[in-house]
Design a protein around this ligand. Sequence first.
Ligand code: BES
Ligand code: ZN
Ligand code: MN
Length: 500
Amino acid sequence: MQARIVTTAPDQVAADAIILPLFEGSRRIPPEAASLDRQLHGALQDLLKSDHFRGKFMELAQVHTLGTLSSRWAVLVGLGLERELDLVRLRNALQHAGRSLRKRGTESLAVVLTSPVRRKGAPADVARAVTEAIALSNFEARALRTRSDEAEGRLTSLSIVGLDGGRPAATSVNQAVALAEITNQVREWINLPANAFTPTIFATKVREAVRGTGLELSVLELADARRLKMGAFLAVAKGSDEPAKVIVLRYRGGKKGGRFLGLVGKGITFDSGGISIKPAEHMEMMKGDMGGGAAVIGAMLGIAQLKPAINVIGVVPTTENLPSGKASRPGDVVTASNGKTIEIINTDAEGRLILADGITYAIRQGATHVVDVATLTGSIARTLGPVATGAFGNDPRLMSLVKKAADLAGERVWELPTWPDYDGLIRSDIADIKNSTVQWAGATTAALFLREFVEDRPWVHLDIAGSAWQDAKELKTIPLGPTGAAVRLMAHLAGLLAKS
Ligand code: BES
Ligand code: ZN
Ligand code: MN
């Protein structure tokens, strides 16, 4: 998709559809759109006056311009109450509008920004939000359908009208297109079924994706994992016949000995639970259990485009979690690559096992700061739903950068506590730690487990088990399906850490 900020008057912009976002309770067409309304003989104003359009969040009204404007359609988009709108919700409303227009064959769009919308952020941030929303609306979960009766449309161009942000805003538009398209790629990977996205296929797709980006790829095979004594990772991998791998990407943008960010993502291509097998209902959703790993790859691709002055390593242990005669059993004790012994109480708490060795690898490679990301616990999904990512950490400075990065990305992150009051949850009677415990504080237990492997490096753990997949029909704010959570967040984080 092409996107740019234009200085053309709204009634002169040539596009299939021109979008005018309006707040709930707006009674008058704002001055920025007065020329549009004039050409339309007051049709837009009439929609407001007659209450045909109230500006409710995500409400749409579409008017044919009958050749009076350079755009074929004028579209009002509801933003809800002005005081409730932030740049996350602006993205949601515009993604909804973009998606709905795309499905009706729209290819080129213009968005008119009025001053109350512009006041929601710095020009570069508003421009980023609008651009990402429209580019994200190009995602369609249809990769394996052969039916030809579905609209295959794509939005190919976006003009942002009414924003004057100079160079920074123009740069942010270009970055936003790149980051949103990478996010859509990650969403497609997450959507693929486990038979079309094995660890081997994952590595192949990464190899294709990094071509020409300057990122360095290395793929550790099972033999390498054995040599590195990744006993926790191998304990999960051994139940599957698909060869497990650790996908490693390196970005060199910083000085030797400077800050070095380690991004570690959970790449379980299918999670049956292993011997502690999951119930059949909804088990098919566990094809998405590589969402954290895919997000790390996406973030590395984003970093290669944003080019922050820092070194970054992306580490993605990837395997299936299956039951078999070779699978780990509850009660087994294994030794992780940092030497700690782990009692496997529940083979379905596999994510923290593979991350443990992934984190250790990142640190051995020199990471000074660690962020891990994983569809880790049903517990966080029950707490936050698909709306937000849960964050845990051991360092307020890194945590505050993560929150800033989330704001830049238009993602919601909510911090949860790691008070020492919870210590004891991972204590084992037979080994150093155990991978599962009581029924409560499940997301916290997982975080405490991971903390055992960060060797006092500043660290943040992002649990995207809820936010990686929007499955709540009750919430219409994000389209159903994979969201690409944490991709843009981690890409921005590298830049913020470089400058902090
Ligand atoms: N992949 C799951 C977590 C998950 C649940 C992701 C729902 C997405 C949606 C993870 O491996 C898991 O099974 N976690 C268990 C841990 C428990 C056995 C300690 C859980 O959360 O129930
Ligand atoms: Zn899992
Ligand atoms: Mn599991």
